[in-house]
Design a protein around this ligand. Structure first.
Ligand SMILES: [Fe+2]
Length: 219
């Protein structure tokens, strides 16, 4: 199947100072009404949702408030798609904004042809990583970095990965998700809320010494 990987920039999100951002809550896939109480930035994010999203009871808000040290990642930096349900399944949409300092998400722009396999297969991400590296090298694909305060829309066929924080600081990522299967019909490994939606900071070793020290945690 062909993944059309792209991001649409919808506009600029209002500025919030870091003292405000650091007091926002992290939300693990909650309904819109609950997100209104998670802080002023969350309230602004929810208020900016278009009416069809606001009136859709299936829309969920998922956010992460992190403090990242320079060089740390908000999650393991492998290419992936958010909420991919399978080759013939409907797409899930995400509206997202990044606030504060730290890591910018790197998106892949262009089309990738990958095996028709269900989510959870290791073949798809492995093949995608190879294709993305080759596509970028030959300029058939390009990557694009999300900037803070850019409101974006993408779907579950959009490949992306985390990048290391450029400075130490607070980072808030807020997203609204539309089109996820209802609880009990979720065929993916993403439970609701599930371990994927817990809050954590990811560390990724770089130097040979760091990799040796970290090796024990990978077993
Ligand atoms: Fe993601």
């Amino acid at each position: 199947m062909i993944f059309h990987s792209s991001v649409q920039v919808l506009g600029r999100f209002p500025s919030f100072d870091l003292e405000t951002i650091r007091t926002e809550q992290s939300l693990a896939r909650v309904p819109i009404a609950a997100a209104m109480k998670a802080g002023p930035a969350h309230a602004a994010f929810v208020s900016a949702l278009p009416q069809p999203w606001r009136s859709d009871p299936g829309v969920e808000i998922f956010s992460r408030m992190l403090w990242l040290k320079k060089g740390f990642y908000p999650l393991a930096p492998h290419y992936h798609c958010d909420w991919y349900l399978g080759p013939s399944k409907p797409k899930v949409e995400t509206r997202m904004v990044l606030l504060g300092d730290g890591s910018r998400t790197e998106f892949v722009m262009g089309s990738l042809e990958l095996p028709d396999e269900p989510p959870g297969s290791v073949q798809i991400p492995n093949r995608a990583a190879e294709q993305i590296a080759e596509g970028v090298r030959t300029e058939r694909l390009r990557t694009w970095f999300l900037e803070p305060e850019q409101l974006v829309l993408f779907d579950s066929h959009t490949w992306h990965r985390a990048s290391p924080a450029e400075t130490s600081g607070w980072r808030l990522l807020m997203r609204a998700i539309r089109g996820l299967p209802k609880e009990g019909q979720d065929e993916t490994r993403h439970g609701n809320p599930g371990p994927f939606t817990t809050v954590r900071t990811g560390y990724y070793p770089h130097t040979p010494e760091e990799q040796r020290r970290y090796d024990a945690y990978l077993r």
